[in-house]
Design a protein around this ligand. Structure first.
Ligand code: ZN
Ligand code: ZN
Length: 384
């Protein structure tokens, strides 16, 4: 099979402009309306579609194939709206709800163009990308999700012909292709070769429809994929279920179902690398005297109790609890707790309390004011 570059007759380092020019002149020359071969013309269109798209071209250069969509956008929400899957499934994916992989007809080269079903081409159909929304706890503890959907497969009874009995199509002689002459002006006849319009390019006339698929050529079956989320898996990781997309009329092989793990929005716990980050509100007194607190909502499912008996903390101080982060292959990461200190109670302090505080913290004698000193009192407090 010629490379896409050979199909367009350009070098591998051809510029976008060169590709465009080569395509234009070839498309003009090889158009079926001008007697060109339909398959060849289609190949030229495909080559142009891939090579004129920077992403697809890079993909093709790397893999030599045009069917995959991984690579450049690996791990991103390629093709899938984030959490579309979750919305379809209800809160956090109740198993057994319909999932739309079954209707993946067409694809990047699909649709054919002009009359009749497109010819099945060798190679693999595009993959179907889908995000899987997970909570932090799912990544921490692992989870099994069952994904059910209707999968179409070629009817094995009729070999996807749709016919139990058939005979060669008369008008095309069973070839599926016809050359037709058409008057385009006085004394001017144009010949064009294309899929036979009588048999839609199949080359056969159906005498009796296949009873198994009722002539539809495909049969639908319920398919269940079991997705194993294992502790230590990361956000953005992809799981590939090879060939689990529906069979399509366009391609020999079905595409893969590619699932990308995404974390749903959750308050309070941030996940960076193997570590967790959270915040803890404490009082001014606790910042000075120490505290024992319980952190709720840890993805491990059990509350985390922490005690601090060290030096006074300030607003924004960060404490770390080793082993309380996310699971890794060898253990667990670290939990970082940022302390948010509330201000001291806003009330009048007695002269005695002020004396005690001054004895502990030091500080100026009672300010006495002066002629050029503006005295700010409680009435001057306009914010907080
Ligand atoms: Zn025919
Ligand atoms: Zn059948």
């Amino acid at each position: 099979m010629p490379s896409l570059y050979e199909t367009l007759g350009v070098g591998k380092d051809a510029s976008v402009e060169e590709i465009r020019k080569a395509y234009k002149s070839l498309a003009r020359e090889k158009h079926p309306d001008r007697g060109g071969d339909a398959e060849e013309f289609k190949a030229i269109q495909q080559a142009h579609e891939v090579l004129s798209d920077e992403g697809k071209r890079r993909m093709y250069d790397m893999t030599g194939s045009v069917d995959g969509q991984e690579g450049g956008d690996m791990g991103m929400a390629a093709g899938g709206i984030p959490f579309e899957f979750m919305r379809g499934m209800g809160p956090f994916g109740m198993p057994g709800v319909a999932f739309d992989i079954g209707s993946m007809f067409g694809g990047i080269f699909g649709g054919g163009g002009g009359g009749g079903p497109p010819r099945r081409r060798p190679g693999k159909a595009p993959n179907k990308h889908q995000d899987i929304g997970l909570r932090l706890a799912d990544f921490y503890k692992g989870r099994e999700i069952k994904l059910k959907f209707n999968q179409q497969r070629r009817c094995p009874t009729c070999g996807a012909s749709g016919a139990e009995k058939s005979e060669p199509c008369g008008p095309c002689g069973g070839r599926g292709v016809r050359t037709m002459a058409r008057m385009i002006g006085p004394g001017m006849v144009a010949q064009s070769t294309g899929p036979c319009d009588v048999c839609s390019g199949e080359g056969k006339r159906i005498l009796k429809a296949c009873g198994s698929c009722h002539g539809k050529r495909f049969r639908e079956q319920e398919k269940e994929l079991v997705i194993q989320i294992k502790p230590g898996m990361r956000e953005g990781q992809t799981l590939v279920f090879a060939g689990e997309c529906s069979d399509t009329p366009d391609f020999e092989e079905p595409g893969d179902v590619v699932l990308t793990l995404k974390r749903v929005e959750e308050e309070g716990w941030e996940w960076r690398g193997v570590d967790l980050h959270t915040t803890l509100s404490i009082s001014f007194a606790e910042a000075i005297l120490g505290f024992q607190k319980t952190l709720q909502g840890h993805p491990g499912g059990t509350p985390v109790h922490v005690r601090w008996a060290g030096i006074p903390l300030v607003h924004g101080s960060i404490l770390k609890a080793e082993g309380k982060g996310m699971p890794t292959s060898t253990g667990f990461g670290t939990l970082y707790i940022q302390v948010l200190v509330s201000p001291p109670p806003q009330r009048e302090w007695t002269a005695e309390e002020r004396e005690q505080l001054r004895a502990i913290f030091g500080g100026e004698e009672e300010p006495v004011g002066g002629a050029d000193v503006i005295t700010l009192g409680p009435h001057s407090l306009v914010g907080k």
